[in-house]
Design a protein around this ligand. Sequence first.
Ligand code: C2O
Length: 537
Amino acid sequence: CRVRHYKFNVVMKNTTRLCSTKPIVTVNGKFPGPTLYAREDDTVLIKVVNHVKYNVSIHWHGIMQIRTGWADGPAYITQCPIQPGQNYVYNFTITGQRGTLLWHAHILWLRATLHGAIVILPKLGVPYPFPKPNHERVVILGEWWKSDTEAVINEAQKSGLAPNVSDAHTINGHPGVVPNCPSTESFTLGVAPGKTYLLRLINAALNEELFFKIAGHTLTVVEVDAAYVKPFKTDTILIAPGQTTNVIVTANKRGGKYMLAASPFMDTPVVAVDNKTATATLHYTGTLTTSPTTLTVPPPQNATSIANNFMNSLKSLNSKKYPAKVPQNISHSLFFTVGLGINPCPTCKAGNGSRVVAAINNVTFVMPSVALLQAHFFNTKGVFTTDFPANPPFSFNYTGTPPANLGTTNGTKVYRLPYNATVQVVLQDTGIIAPENHPIHLHGFNFFQVGRGIGNFNPKIDPKNFNLVDPVERNTIGVPSGGWVAIRFRADNPGVWFMHCHLEVHTSWGLKMAFLVDNGKGPNESLLPPPKDLPKC
Ligand code: C2O
């Protein structure tokens, strides 16, 4: 293993998409940003220098950050943001992980343009557990906003109403063919006949779970969220913001052009309908650019059976070399409702004196003004409380008629866990206002999805059907609309770990909480001290 150094200059860059130009926040002037390459067990140092007017922080999504929570990145959770003109070195070791992940800004809505791939290769000499592909490519799905995303969310916070949706979805930064904007805004993936390609798919969009397809080609899924899965073939991938999926594609045609399509899975009544499909082209070498493209039809919106089929096909590889270490006995069994609510807001003119909020167990998380991890480490009182509820305050028919009171409680609450606790969390979507799909991301750990179902979780029956053998291992999981998932993890990483919906609009509304994991007694079981250059608030 070695030490790798990166320099991320956060700079503005004028960028043109959809026939209009705006300055965007970038790393090193690139959109999407540069790929971070490393090998399993490498130490990575990334010096982030903030040259823009915004406060910045960067999260290495899916890197477990064993004992190095200071390098995790979520603003006001593990660090204060890097202020304009300041810099910070993120310093961490990639322990026992290999695969595709992503890095992204973790403050306000800067993630819209501040994101890129993390590619972790296996240790030198260690092969993939599948035939080595001839080539590898990163494919990042995203969204493009003609307006300034910071203004979009600030306006929504003021009015209490839902923010606007983006103007396009993108594939490697490009929407594809856009009506009324004749340009070459399209990404082309060149392939040679007979060769195999490992596509490292990343969803970096702010607010959309996406379907992904390639006309005429089958995708073999081999990994999700940097964890190997039992390979399976599909023609459609479902990928939520924060998730990654590695697929192998065989270029088994003699030539031609084939459409790549990324289209929204589901939109909700509280956010405006958004059905824009991003397109790109799979282009066989030697094919004339003028030749016709074989098209593909994206799944219709709300194609839940396609989504369910895909989700249910995911199983851990669980081989001798890569065993699924699913916690079998549980020390902490939690039940979290995830959903929306409505709170009074006298200043919200557009919201008629109320605003849409989101909550876990009825708690709408309020961001502190000092980072939780610092408050924890230095024992600063009054920043957070440790009374995050293990269960909802009252039970109701979660997927049926909403309760009379749609209000939530505000608080900066964490759930405290002893070191090495074995934790099960049932995440139950609620139908308050509307059932919605919530991709829930846990920092600091991978977890196993041991169960998934539609309707209300039944604690008497559903656990009997849990998969404790080869459940998929991930860091971000879609809780289905009007349904639930059960996840398990071992709390063997001391620190403060954020858990939140990866739809940025829901995070902004408060669908977030944190686990505080205590130090263990062993020599390598405590949080390391903060680095000297940790930003100050
Ligand atoms: Cu990728 Cu806390 O997020």
